[in-house]
Design a protein around this ligand. Structure first.
Ligand code: GDP
Ligand code: GDP
Length: 464
């Protein structure tokens, strides 16, 4: 069936509308498509010149033979298994519902990559749901309006790397070379466009940390007294407060769930770290500032939070607060760097800013780091440059030989998405590529393309 895309999601989010938009009038009769069973529709779709097969899972809700949930799950599982990419649709006007979360949980466990699509975003009506959609932990949602045909180019760009990866392996080499040099020139433009797009929206910031490190003091400092609190507002967690300001012409939007945190512990004299509240806050963020106390850096709770930030794929900045009471700053700094390197190798080079929220020192540096990390987190690297690099590192240090003396072949690489930078490598026997070798590649990527401190994702897939 070539490159195949499944549309999944709960009833009424607009699956059929999107399906119809993508296939126009060329809907295939389902039973004619090999591998597609009766209750899913498949069609030949075109999007800005990219051809693919689209599978729609709408319609199961009419079934009476067993529970909707069970059917839904079977439908989704099968469609997703058949597809190269799944589009999880949500209705951004309705916001994220428990059923959406259920789908997100299912899909997170699937091997097929998922693109989160926020439908019904025409005008600005979908904006609240768009922010909320980050909370599904599936990365950046692509805003579209299936009914009005808006956002389809963004959808194209989200699908393109997967289509390219699926198809580019069949291209002959000359064609590849031409395409790649053209693409190289596009890289700067792509990054500039990405930056412009990102700058138009406020940078979504969350301050996290265990109790008593100085989060509230920092938030108050950042906001100052004259700033307006906006919220609580639709689309965010019930008790979240947001506020906006500018740092060096960049709009910053702080999401603060501290109200929730304090209230939940009202009967508890010693405030404890609430992992679920922290996770909820992290999911609201693009950048997380993890505040630590200079007197007790990287204790277990600090590491727990850092791990959550990395797993959620957010950009991380570490703030070492209460630096005003540190007696030997140089020694403390050296110790700190050392501990960071050994405790958090997944984010090697993570920015680490010393500050005093109480004295109001280091806030400018902190915000500079936040903006810089956000840029790195949004970086795009051209396929040409990636493959040139891949060829060099593989030649320099080939993957270990397989049993029987044959070599595992690493064929091709592409960046699937930014936020966080996510790469796919195609190899002859992906399951036999050792963990250590993947780590070697990730470290190399970080060095070569200057991606310090952001979580990087690298998937290894079987080449066709
Ligand atoms: P499905 O159950 O997921 O297949 O959803 P449908 O495609 O049947 O759409 C459900 C409802 O949402 C219909 O009333 C559509 O007209 C409406 N709808 C679909 N896409 C959009 C959109 O982009 N904007 C708005 N406002 N409504 C939409
Ligand atoms: P939160 O629980 O993380 O929100 O921490 P708070 O902001 O409530 O601060 C906890 C305690 O640390 C308070 O007594 C603050 O005055 C103090 N504190 C916060 N920032 C600093 C700082 O930069 N230096 C010093 N010495 N104390 C601080």
């Amino acid at each position: 069936m070539g490159f195949t895309v499944a549309i999944v999601g709960r009833p009424n989010v607009g699956k059929s509308t999107l399906f119809n938009r993508l296939v126009g009038k060329r809907v295939a009769i389902v039973h004619d498509m090999p591998g597609v069973t009766r209750d899913r529709r498949a069609g030949a779709a075109t999007l800005l010149g990219m051809d693919f097969t689209v599978i729609d899972t709408a319609g199961y809700e009419d079934a009476t033979d067993d529970s909707v949930e069970a059917r839904m799950r079977r439908q989704t599982d099968q469609a997703v298994e058949e597809a190269d990419v799944a589009l999880l649709l949500i209705d951004s006007r309705a916001g994220v519902t428990p059923l959406d979360r259920h789908f997100a949980d299912l899909l997170r466990k699937a091997k097929t990559p998922v693109i989160l699509v926020a439908n019904k975003c025409e005008g600005r009506a979908g904006e609240p749901g768009l922010y909320e959609a980050y909370g599904l932990g599936l990365g950046e949602p692509v805003p579209v309006s299936a009914e009005h045909g808006e956002g389809l180019s963004d959808l194209f760009f989200a699908l393109q790397p997967y289509a390219e990866a699926a198809g580019a392996l069949n291209d002959d080499e000359d064609e590849d070379a031409v395409e790649q040099s053209a693409e190289d020139q596009d890289e700067e433009a792509a990054n500039a466009a990405e930056e412009a797009k990102a700058a138009a929206r406020p940078l979504q910031l969350v301050i996290a940390g265990r109790p008593n490190v100085g989060k509230s003091t920092l938030v108050n400092r950042l906001l100052g007294e004259d700033r307006m609190l906006t919220g609580p507002e639709a689309g965010l967690t019930r008790d979240a407060i947001t506020s906006e300001w500018e740092h060096k012409e960049r709009r910053i939007r702080l999401v603060d769930t501290a109200g929730l945190r304090k209230r939940a512990n009202i009967d508890d004299p010693v405030e404890k770290l609430s992992v679920s509240n922290t996770l909820e806050a992290i999911r609201m963020a693009e950048v997380v500032v993890l505040v630590m106390d200079a007197a007790a850096i990287l204790d277990k709770q600090d590491l727990t939070i850092a791990r959550m930030v990395i797993e959620e794929g957010r950009a991380l900045v570490i703030a070492i607060n209460k630096w005003d009471v540190v007696e030997k700053p140089d020694e403390a700094m050296a110790r700190l760097r050392d501990r960071l390197e050994t405790s958090m190798p997944q984010v090697r080079g993570v920015p680490c800013v010393t500050m005093s929220a109480l004295a109001g020192k280091g806030l400018g540096k902190l915000m500079d780091a936040v903006i810089e990390q956000h840029k790195t987190w949004n970086r795009r690297i051209s396929t040409a440059k990636l493959n040139q690099w891949l060829e060099e590192v593989v030649a320099h240090h080939p993957p270990p030989a397989l049993a029987g003396g044959r070599r595992l072949k690493i064929r091709y690489m592409t960046q699937a998405k930014a936020r966080p930078p996510t790469f796919i490598i195609f190899a002859s026997k992906p399951e036999e590529l050792p963990e250590a070798y993947t780590r070697y590649l990730v470290n190399g990527l970080r060095e070569a393309f200057k991606l310090p401190g952001v979580p990087l994702r690298l998937f290894v897939r079987g080449g066709k």
